[in-house]
Design a protein around this ligand. Structure first.
Ligand SMILES: Cc1cc2nc3c(=O)[nH]c(=O)nc-3n(C[C@H](O)[C@H](O)[C@H](O)COP(=O)(O)OP(=O)(O)OC[C@H]3O[C@@H](n4cnc5c(N)ncnc54)[C@H](O)[C@@H]3O)c2cc1C
Length: 656
């Protein structure tokens, strides 16, 4: 009986330690093992990825390749530059492959891709082995044990997890790997279409990702940033399994920190070192196993003499949150990443809503500019020039370094959505997708929904003040001084509200507070913008808008959202792009508790006559004005666009 010839397909698991899939590949006792990475054009052109995350990926790949070679000098990571969907059939034939092994990926795009690859393998008579290893629990199992429903709370995860059984202990890295077989390819490369290319802005050089199947030197090497035409990475955080294991060792060595970690007590203003583990990018790329992290932390807790912290605030609790979002995504697929047609996501008439391709029910990646002011707010938020130093410091840290503390993410997400700008959470999630080095579709989307109070969390009246909140952690304003250096010399009294500083002091401290962020210097003097709005006023407007939206009680899959008739249910006095009452009539819904404590009544239960009357009266009063304002709005929100070649371009995915 000839021995198996195996392709091990690295994707979400750039490590050798605790890899159930790699262990399964080795259990086949293969004659040859090809460790490969397919350079998938989906991530090159369709998912938003900034230079920092690219750099992190290349770090992980280089480290992994080196580790493979250490175990077998006749092996390394083979990077092959073609879409997996077109590559595999040719590869199976060229290398006479009998088995394909990979770690399970439940991301929406990955599921579709893997279904296609499995189909190709079957056609070629290749056996496929898939193992879970990316999360503590298999997300599909979690959903199954949660009665087939998305996991929307940590208690659901804990209850479903109990039914699945104990989280497996990590397994050691192999001490040997089989060598490569013949690596001749002997087939043509199918070059992918680069358009639409959402990452054009990330490059300042010539992009040569698909110059040749095995790269420019025909050696399957990991590409360089230059070769990919990418701008230089600015993050100080570097990737790779070696660095991940070292970082975990350092954390675990601090028994007190590990055993008593309580997330809400960690300072979002801490830097060098940060107050949490900063292991998230390693978790994203799979350069660190989540089970290794979980069990090493749990073992410390178990033997800790004093009072140890517990989930959900403990370190292991953080990992359960991660699983929660994976469980939600696994159940909902692409719908999880958007409001439209998402049964779990509340509909709020945010500014700058996504355009929808109604033929697929998916967001297109473009959005409707319903308000020039909101568009300016989004731009200033993204560029870190809102005039609120705390928000700007965080956004500049995010852009430059690709990572910010969880509560910092809370602050900027709340500010952009329900606690300041009333801009669609999908806009914020896109910026995070582009800039985070730990961007994980499930976690990013889920947390944006949490912070915008559209799912997972509903206490919309609890907003983060850009002044009082950071003061609690950092009275001196050291975090702001680092990331907004033009304010470095300001007295701590004004560090979070520099617009209140007397002009003479502003001059003395070398920075004038004026303008909208478009001017950065004036002669010798630096210029920092005035706040783009009065925060308390905006907060009150937002809370009123949220109250109204909760009262109306629509979800992403409500008929009125799907057909655009939701506009008739909203009053222009509340915040939001009501955009008029045009559109077909739809049923109205009532809400049990307009303070956000209770649950909205499902659309299917129908309207309360009293409420319907009240809402209808409100709509009628404003109808003339809305109708005028609405022309084009309806088209903007719901556009009909033909699917190109049957291809669907989801605009948010997980990278690698
Ligand atoms: C708006 C917003 C967007 C976010 N986007 C992402 C994202 O794209 N990718 C991502 O990994 N996390 C995301 N998070 C969650 C969280 O902020 C980060 O996981 C965390 O800050 C990473 O830092 P750390 O490794 O030091 O975390 P630690 O506090 O040390 O936690 C340990 C690990 O637990 C996991 N974890 C912790 N908190 C969460 C959480 N709330 N949700 C999911 N997993 C968690 C991470 O894997 C993390 O590495 C987001 C949070 C918000 C509010």
């Amino acid at each position: 009986m000839p021995k198996p010839r195996v392709i091990y397909w690295f994707r979400t698991d750039l490590r050798l330690h605790d890899s159930p899939a790699l262990a399964a590949a080795l259990a086949l006792s293969p004659e040859v093992l090809y460790p490969i990475w397919t350079w998938d054009p989906h991530y090159v052109y369709r998912a938003r990825v900034g230079p920092n995350r690219w750099q992190y990926l290349l770090d992980c790949q280089n480290d992994l390749s080196g580790s493979i070679t250490k175990l077998n000098p006749r092996s390394k990571l083979l990077v092959i530059r073609e879409a997996p969907q077109t590559l595999f059939s040719k590869l199976f034939r060229a290398w006479r492959i009998t088995h394909l092994v990979f770690e399970k990926d439940t991301d929406a795009y990955a599921k579709e891709r893997d279904d296609e690859v499995v189909r190709l393998a079957r056609e070629a008579g290749v056996q496929v082995v898939v193992k879970t290893g990316r999360t503590l629990y298999d997300p599909d199992e979690l959903v199954k044990m949660n009665n087939g429903k998305p996991t929307m709370s940590i208690s659901q995860v804990i209850a479903a997890g109990k039914k699945i059984g104990a989280i497996p202990r990590p397994i050691p890295a192999p001490d040997w790997l089989p060598g490569l077989g013949d690596t001749d390819l002997g087939f043509e490369q199918e070059k992918p279409k680069s358009e639409p290319d959402v990452n054009a802005l990330q490059r300042d050089g010539h992009e040569a990702s698909y110059s040749a199947l095995a790269g420019p030197n025909a050696d399957f090497a990991v590409p360089t940033m230059e070769e990919l035409g990418l701008k230089v990475a600015t993050t100080p955080h570097r990737g790779g399994e070696t660095a991940a294991l070292r970082a975990l060792d350092e954390i675990i060595a601090n028994e007190e920190y590990t055993a008593t970690f309580e997330k809400p007590k960690t300072a979002p203003t801490a830097f060098e070192p940060q107050s949490t583990t900063l292991l998230s990018p390693h978790m994203h790329f799979g350069s660190l196993s989540c089970r290794l992290f979980y069990w090493r932390a749990q073992d410390v807790v178990d033997k800790h003499k004093g009072k140890a912290s517990q989930p959900p605030t403990s370190l292991t609790g953080q990992l359960l949150f991660r699983d929660m979002y994976f469980g939600a995504q696994a159940a909902l697929g692409f719908r999880f990443g958007q409001t439209y047609n998402n049964p779990q996501c509340r509909f709020i008439p945010w500014h700058l809503p996504s355009k929808i391709d109604t033929s697929t029910g998916m967001i297109t990646g473009e959005y409707q500019v319903d308000s020039a002011e909101a568009e300016a707010h989004l731009r200033r938020w993204k560029e870190g020039c809102t005039g609120f130093p705390w928000i700007d410091a965080l956004m500049r840290q995010l852009k430059r370094e690709g990572w910010i503390h969880h509560l910092g993410r809370h602050a900027v997400a709340c500010f952009l959505t329900r606690g300041g700008c009333y801009v669609d959470w999908e806009r914020g999630a896109e910026v995070f997708e582009e800039w985070l080095i730990d961007h994980e579709a499930a976690c990013n989307i889920g947390n944006w929904q949490w912070l915008s109070c559209t799912a997972f969390f509903a206490q919309f009246y609890r907003c983060y003040s850009p002044v009082a909140f950071p003061q609690k952690w950092d009275k001196e304003g050291n975090f702001v001084r680092k990331y907004v250096p033009e304010l470095a010399r300001f007295d701590k009294k004004y560090i979070y509200e520099p617009w209140k500083a007397p002009i003479a002091d502003q001059k003395k401290w070398g920075c004038q507070i004026r303008g909208d962020g478009s001017i950065m210097t004036d002669g010798e003097m630096e210029v920092y913008p005035k706040p783009m709005f009065e925060f308390p006023t905006r907060r009150d407007i937002c809370i009123q808008g949220m109250k109204n939206a909760y009262h109306v009680g629509l979800y992403g899959n409500s008929p009125q959202v799907l057909d655009g008739s939701w506009r008739r249910l909203f009053d222009d006095q509340a915040e939001g792009p009501t955009g008029g009452t045009e559109g077909p009539a739809g049923a109205m819904v009532e809400h049990e508790d307009n303070e956000g404590h209770g649950k909205a009544r499902p659309v299917a239960e129908g309207p309360s006559p009293k409420h319907t009357k009240k809402m209808a009266a409100g709509s009628e009063k404003k109808a003339g004005h809305k109708r005028e304002a609405s022309q084009g709005t309806l088209d903007g929100m719901v556009t009909r666009k033909k699917k190109k070649d049957g291809e669907v371009f989801p605009n948010r995915t997980h990278f690698g």
